[in-house]
Design a protein around this ligand. Structure first.
Ligand code: DUC
Ligand code: ZN
Ligand code: ZN
Length: 475
């Protein structure tokens, strides 16, 4: 009998720290040996001359998240994680969202039902806290953190989700006390509403005016306020989907003052601009309506710089999938609606890794090791999944991507999501996963997806290893 179920031979292995050539010996879903001249495996894959990275960890995506009717997310755990795997992502962390009036536990139970038996990749959950009642703050949230739901998102905008400053302080205090990671959507709700009403009064309701209703100032103010609230509570936070210069400046300021502020950005802030929401009043711009909105080319450069110099810790998709030509999607009820009613979000779970590999690594903008750090290692560390996930090391899950470096122009027909468009159509890519392995099994071979019922397993998260240890907080 072989020592290995599988040997990936002659790989150019890239981790966040190193690039080296090795054979990867896999047994029972884990990496058990790295080295040269490994014994023959029951199965062999020749990766000679090809880069092998850890499978991606997409730490911000929305799958089958309940929405107000008639709107419905296009991807559930089946189609969303199929797309993830085909694009090189082997772990996802979507959101179990609490509705106001609902117990957090009920939201988690509901979300488990949506994922179980459907997920093709491993998954953990962030929580969304929209109703921080005493019961939630004192009992449910601490218990859920202990049970492995160690991160949650707080919204500063959207009527059905947003918290006031006092509520945010309460929730941050729970994060501090129990060693959880608080993620913050930083946009000023009142400014958005004020601007939206003025735009509507002037008849400016086409999709492109979504960007006018959420200028960078709106994000800057909320980012600054989130930082101040975190400083008051003395707890690290992570600002999600940072879009451009003004929020970046606030985060740099905070870091310069010794505050522990982490940050995430997403492909839309590197590859799209506000012009993608339309230069005229065409409704097609609805396809790129997301929040915060994409900015301009000079802001894309600010984001690239932040990815390289350590300002950003994680690079996530913020996959929030809605079909364009669909009464449950970007045309709610079948209508071309005013921008305030267009569901916010764009698909990107499958394109996140190939876009950054193509333009970042092969475009000479980023080292291979930094790519691995941003797309896999840091997300795993930030949310308590490392070293099981996010690296290539003895003992880690055998979640791997073998890259094919070839040029092609992206079109939606290449993709495996359930969305009728991709905002990145027409983008020239230089690479795509030639193989994606999860637990040592090939799930994507460059042409075909290979599902196996029950493959995706639920992961509980440890206390994030990038958070400081505090006396009295369980490690
Ligand atoms: N925020 C997200 O995190 N995702 C989609 C839309 C939004 O506003
Ligand atoms: Zn958000
Ligand atoms: Zn999101």
């Amino acid at each position: 009998m072989s020592t290995f179920n599988l040997v990936v031979r002659n790989a150019r292995v890239a981790t966040a720290a190193d690039t080296f050539s090795a054979d990867i010996g896999i047994q029972a879903g884990r990496i058990v040996q790295l080295g040269h001249g490994l014994a023959k495996g029951a199965r062999e894959i020749d990766a000679a001359g090809r880069v092998v990275t850890p499978g991606g960890v997409d730490a911000h995506c929305h799958l089958d998240q309940p929405m107000a009717p008639p709107v419905r997310m296009a991807d559930d755990f089946d189609t969303g994680t199929r797309a993830a795997a085909c694009g090189g992502t082997t772990t996802v962390i979507p959101f179990a969202a609490q509705e106001k009036g609902q117990s957090l536990r009920a939201a988690v139970a509901d979300y488990h039902q949506r994922a179980e038996g459907k997920a093709h990749v491993d998954y953990a959950f962030h929580l969304i806290v929209s109703d921080p009642t005493p019961q939630v703050l004192e009992e449910e949230l601490p218990a859920l953190i202990r049970e492995g739901y160690t991160s949650f998102k707080i919204y500063m905008t959207y009527d059905d989700l947003k918290l006031g400053d006092g509520q945010i302080l309460d929730v941050l205090a729970v994060a501090r006390q129990h060693g959880a990671m608080a993620m913050i959507h930083a946009e000023n709700a009142d400014c958005i509403e004020w601007l939206t009403k003025r735009l509507e009064a002037a008849g400016r309701t086409a999709p492109r005016f979504h960007a006018h209703s959420r200028p960078m100032l709106v994000e800057r103010e909320a980012t600054h306020r989130a930082i101040a609230l975190a400083e008051l509570v003395d707890v690290p936070i992570l600002i999600v989907h940072v879009s451009g210069r003004e929020a970046v400046e606030q985060i740099r300021w905070a870091r310069a003052h010794g505050l522990s502020i982490f940050a995430e950005t997403c492909p839309q802030y590197l590859f799209l601009t506000a012009a993608d929401l339309g230069l005229d009043d065409s409704y097609l711009g609805a396809r790129c309506v997301c929040s915060p909105p994409p900015r301009d080319k000079s802001n894309q450069e600010v984001i690239w710089a932040g990815l390289n110099d350590g300002l950003f810790t994680v690079f996530s998709s913020d996959h929030a999938p809605f079909r364009y030509d669909d009464p449950q999607g970007k045309k709610p009820g079948g209508e071309e609606v005013a921008f305030r009613h267009i569901p916010n979000g764009i698909p990107g779970i499958e394109t996140r890794m190939p876009l950054l590999y193509s333009e970042g690594v092969l475009g000479g903008r980023m080292t291979l090791n930094r790519f691995v750090e941003l797309t896999a290692t840091n997300p795993a560390k930030t949310y308590g999944l490392h070293p099981r996930k996010g690296t290539i090391a003895v003992g880690s899950d055998a979640d791997l991507v073998v890259w094919d470096e070839r040029e092609f122009v992206l079109s939606n027909h290449h993709l495996h999501h359930n969305v009728d468009y991709t905002p990145y159509a027409g983008q020239r890519l230089r690479a795509w996963p030639g193989l994606t392995l999860i637990g040592g099994e090939v799930v994507w071979d460059g042409k075909d997806f290979h599902p196996r019922a029950g493959r995706g397993r639920f992961l509980t998260c440890e206390t994030p290893s990038i958070l400081p240890r505090r006396a009295g907080v369980a490690a």
